[in-house]
Design a protein around this ligand. Sequence first.
Ligand SMILES: Cc1cc2nc3c(=O)[nH]c(=O)nc-3n(C[C@H](O)[C@H](O)[C@H](O)COP(=O)(O)OP(=O)(O)OC[C@H]3O[C@@H](n4cnc5c(N)ncnc54)[C@H](O)[C@@H]3O)c2cc1C
Length: 483
Amino acid sequence: MLRATALAFALGFAAQTDAFMSSPSTIGAPRRAAMVSRRGRASIAPTMGHKWDGDRKMRVAIVGGGPSGSCAAEIFAQEPNIDTYIFERKMDNAKPCGGAIPLCMIEEFQIPEEVVDRKVRKMLMISPTGKEAPIGQTLRDDEYIGMTRREILDGFLRDRAIKLGAKPINGLVTGIDLPEGNSETKPYKIHYTNYNGQKVGTPEELDVDLIIGADGANSRVAKAIDAGEYNYAIAFQERIRINDQQMAFYEELAEMYVGDDVSPDFYGWVFPKYDHVGVGTGTVVNRPAIKQYQNAIRERAGKKIEGGKIIKVEAHPIPEHYRPKRVLNRAALVGDAAGYVTKCSGEGIYFAAKSGRMAAEAITKLTQGGTVLPTQEEIEDTYLRRYDQLYGPTYAVLDVLQQVFYRSNPAREAFVEMCESEYVQKVTFDSYLYKKVTSGGPVEDLKLLFNTVRSLVKQNLRSDIPKDAKFYNPVESLQRLGK
Ligand SMILES: Cc1cc2nc3c(=O)[nH]c(=O)nc-3n(C[C@H](O)[C@H](O)[C@H](O)COP(=O)(O)OP(=O)(O)OC[C@H]3O[C@@H](n4cnc5c(N)ncnc54)[C@H](O)[C@@H]3O)c2cc1C
């Protein structure tokens, strides 16, 4: 999010690279044209899809009704020759989430104003020593970060897909049988517990021809296709109802706290919602201590949330990088199931919606009006290639920023100092809000680089910055991956 505070020049660089790398002409390129693969080398034309000769309409199952699933479903639903099923285990699911979305998402996905609880126009970055950098001064009056409650946002996106023709199934997908012998034409069998609004469900199954795995970080689809593990952060959030006076302070303001007390490798936040604030933090490297970090963020926010009533406690994994495999045969992963959350900022809603839409657009097109079953290669060479071209550099740069600025308290102090720069604020917000960049040019960027190095050196020489606490946790996240 505007946690965007992820330093601008690098974001800017990422977005510039995006612009350079992504040529719109790749969308809709002829199916048999020679292509450049995701790895950048020329590849032989992908194998052709197979003529659909079933005695029913082609079917797609979208597993998961969050932003990625709903945005995929609404595209498939508009193809009259494909039956679109969207499986959601809990129709009123309130995904644990800060709920911050960029302005471009509101425009691009036509999200109505009433879905946005608050329009954040200011942000306080708070350093380990308590230095506050107010950012957002460069925003125009009509620019803001949207703060949403996920139960509202997800409900809106899902209902829209249903109105467009997607068939909702209130069911928990429990297993998926892959096509016999990895056949490119035989169906998948989805096993699910159909709740249909009831507490006790009934086991049912459905044959489908295409699958979109939009079922989040604990994805069953990823398991079924043996997509491999990814590292993850655990994020914790309390929704706290504070009094009117306290709420007035957060009217259009969000806070982001850095320091090893609130997280050794991420940040803590206070985000305003409709009638309460979301207060949370996350970590990859010391997950067992998440409650200790949560206590620290509450302490740091202090009087601003004092006396508040905790109305909800929530926790969930946040993926740290892509899964090793994102497409197998006719099953494709999107959103968190694929691992599309940025490091440093922890932003995933926009990327979920966008990847769902991009995967669905690419696959619908490949089916040629529900008459052809696409191959794995074709899906990879369209959806994956385009997505990686557009956003690969952003993920890479934010990864570097996290490593540079969240590594120690002096580095975090430098991070906050850098955020005082108007140039940093401008480029950061442009990059975050619009997912593209305006740069002040090479001279400004060089100046920024120089100032960053100077600030890092200066802060490292200070003796009043608390040293990072040592903890014994032999990189549990890597252990989990068996490294
Ligand atoms: C604490 C926290 C704070 C965050 N804050 C932000 C933020 O402020 N801004 C931001 O951009 N990102 C934020 N993120 C990341 C963001 O929440 C995710 O990137 C985003 O929700 C991914 O969307 P998705 O649709 O891919 O998956 P999800 O939102 O996880 O949706 C998956 C859906 O699938 C359903 N489902 C799962 N398994 C099954 C099954 N077997 N059968 C049927 N249905 C199933 C679930 O009920 C759920 O509705 C945060 C994450 C956390 C944990």
